[in-house]
Design a protein around this ligand. Sequence first.
Ligand code: ARG
Length: 456
Amino acid sequence: MSLWGGRFSEPSDADLRRLNDSIGYDRALYAEDIEGSVVYARALADAGVITAGEREAIVGGLRQVKREFDAERFELAAGDEDIHTAVERRLIEIVGEVGGKLHTGRSRNDQVATDFRLWTMRAADKLRAEIRQLQAAIVSLAEKHTGTVMPGYTHMQPAQPITAGHWLMSFFWMLERDLDRLKAARGRMALCPLGSGALAGTPFAIDRQKIATELGFDGPSENSLDAVSDRDFVADTLYIVSICAIHLSRLAEDVLIYSNPAFGFITLDDRYSTGSSLMPQKRNADPMELTRGKTGRLIGNLTGLLTTLKGLPSGYNKDLQEDKEALFDALDTMRQLLPVVTATVSSLQVNVEAMELALTDDLLATDLADYLVDKGMPFRQSHHIVGAAVRLAAQRGERLSQLPLRSLKRISASFGDDVADVFDYMRSIRQRDAYGGTAPAAVRAQIARAKARLDA
Ligand code: ARG
């Protein structure tokens, strides 16, 4: 028998139950549900709605229910529709009729909104810690490669030399923004809906400020009608998880490309590589492909929820029950991905020589143009002249650095003996020592700032 059966003369249809019940997944909220109820029972006693003795009976019963869940001994009953009805049903079994006083002035609408916020706040904290671990792994690998030179790419075409440390650190800052977003979202999340009732608020003298503080929220929500149907916090979290996964996916893509034998810049540890059932030589990076692949699923969870929310009329609507599986799945997926991505980075072998061998003179074409700028030429002109030099070298099948000075001088009289100095990758890199640049010194400073964030 369900807890709301009074109005009905027939029990629910079995197919309806399969569609309607959320106990299959929302039992994950049991701890938050019981905490909310303990605090609510105290608020009811403070408000004079129940006696101190009744409060003690209810709180004691709730603690027993919690122990049953913790020990995985909780037995579902036929009528348990969701976690809220299951806990209340069991409470009444344990403490008797007095348990029926707990729901006074409360609705599952403010209850589920409270439980799920609390759960999401905690999940956000766990996610934060896991992202931090990945950042730490990135920093320690980057530190070893502040002087390792590799080709940098734009449009996936060779562009300018960069340090491998700089490449790695770029991902640190992407993740840092994800953490910023998580912090901001958590701030918005930390308002407690409990005491909003079904939609209109509560007629009982419930101290909402106190409830909020006791549950670890920053304060109570401002508007009961908004509070029961606000799932912005779920959408925020799904977006943050999606963009974070996009960052992981882009890292994965680099790892896939750079570990390809055509590049050979990095080698994945055996523990994070996979083989082929047919081709004995294969060394695949399936975990990186799954990182890329599962990002689609996470974006799907976000668009699914946004679509669910867009047409809802004011107040709670059952559509909102769709919030949970989307977020549970998203966070489960992140919990699968993050440790593997972190371990992949930690165990990554950087092949310094292969990176050096991939450096080509054309990566220094910009430096050659800058050389002419140093001689007083406007950059637009020097860009054009070096373009002509690159074309000439290509026509002659020579490297840019091998073009005789005579030929260069024929293109521009500004070229001098000292042009040979330009063809030095380390020189190019060291020059880019402005804040945020790829020079070893600038990357070391960048890493120091990153470490300060990690320690904060
Ligand atoms: N299982 C529901 C959910 O997850 C709880 C709230 C149900 N409220 C209601 N009035 N039917 O959203």
